[in-house]
Design a protein around this ligand. Structure first.
Ligand code: DNO
Length: 357
């Protein structure tokens, strides 16, 4: 595996490439052209400048997270053909620049959802949290306002104000999109892009739904082993793979993460490894813990061991961190807690590896 960290780009991220370079064992970044809206074509010059910037800092551009998918593709609207063509052009240009990994998601309207961005923990740190009752008590509009109000001025990933300004229209677009339609639209899209992926060896890595259940009545389809395997079979090409995100699939305690990892051997192209703490037995309330197993409800050793056992050799990154030591940063994406997470995950990996010799 290759240890990486996510980086949103100069002007968007409070963390610098120089800082990331100094985290022991981190050799690459997962990044994006952060200002791009879903559906926009990426320019070659922008891609090569991004790559050059990362490499000048002594790091490797390990993959793009994300090239976001336009809602017309997700809903199967007639304009999807134009947006699929745009996506293919972007992939073509990324491929020409040597990019071999693209993460994306197929969640309707919202990307990841939390009800709190800065819940205070007993140690004084703050973290992102989700409470189902709190979500049920608000409407999508209020949710968007709450997210933006708590974001400390950062434009949060997946919560582009330009897109979410049209919430009512977005919800109307998804009115008749049930799980089966969404799945059909996803496979339609993947089949269209597979040729360009094959041409350049681009590994597509779908990100699971976060949380792993419908939010505001919007369907969710990448949320458990069965559904993910169904997608792997429907487009049975090794380049059609997954981002194994423990914090997303792990929101549902019934998801056996090591079992899912074993079942996806050869199809995990990127791993997001983070811990969660369930505050009630049915997980209607959870918060993002420190990476350490003992701080949360997930067994991080078992997760890393399962990745090791399938011979995972792709990029892995610590995921959402708490805000600690007074750091001011985009919620979930400060330097300190993610750096501790990277060291901890590297330590687990070293111990597992040496135990096998
Ligand atoms: C949140 C992230 C997601 C993820 C996208 C992938 O912090 O895990 O926004 O990047 O769903 O497209």
């Amino acid at each position: 595996m290759q240890m990486t960290m996510r980086w949103f780009g100069k002007g968007f991220d409070s963390v610098t490439l120089e800082q990331i370079r100094q985290v022991p064992g981190v050799t690459g970044v997962i990044t994006t052209l952060y200002g791009k809206l879903p559906g926009e074509v990426w320019e070659t010059a922008e891609i090569t400048a991004l790559k050059a910037e990362v490499e000048a800092a002594g790091l490797h551009l390990a993959g793009i997270e994300s090239v976001n998918i336009h809602d017309a593709i997700k809903t199967g609207a007639p304009e999807r053909e134009t947006y699929i063509a745009n996506y293919i052009t972007t992939l073509e240009r990324l491929g020409q620049a040597g990019v071999r990994l693209v993460c994306y998601n197929f969640m309707p309207v919202f990307d990841w959802t939390r009800t709190e961005l800065a819940r205070k923990r007993e140690d004084g740190s703050t973290t992102m949290a989700y409470n189902q009752k709190a979500l049920d008590a608000i409407d999508p509009d209020a949710m968007t306002k709450t997210m933006n109000a708590q974001s400390k001025g950062y434009v949060m990933v997946g919560w582009e104000p330009e897109r979410l300004a049209h919430l009512a229209e977005l919800f109307a677009m998804y009115k008749d999109v049930d799980g089966e339609k969404l799945f059909a639209n996803l496979t339609y899209f993947l089949k269209k892009i597979m040729p360009v992926c094959e041409k350049y060896g681009i590994h597509m890595a779908i990100h699971p739904d976060d949380p792993a259940w419908p939010v505001f009545g919007l369907t969710r389809i990448i949320n458990n082993k069965e559904n993910i395997l169904r997608l792997m079979r429907a487009v049975d090409n090794p380049l059609n793979g997954v981002t194994l995100c423990t914090g997303s699939l792990g929101t549902n305690p019934r998801n056996d993460l090591p079992g899912i990892i074993a079942a996806l051997k050869g199809r995990i192209h990127l791993a997001h490894v983070r811990n969660l703490r369930y505050n009630s037995s049915d997980a209607v309330d959870f918060e993002e813990a420190a990476h350490l197993s003992g701080d949360g409800s997930l067994d991080m050793y078992a997760i890393m061991k399962a990745l090791y056992d399938i011979g995972f050799d792709g990029p892995i990154r610590p995921d959402h961190g708490r805000a600690v030591w007074g750091e001011v940063c985009m919620p979930g994406y400060g330097l300190y807690d993610r750096a501790m997470g990277a060291c901890y995950l590297n330590g687990l990996w070293e111990a597992i590896d040496k135990g096998h010799r």
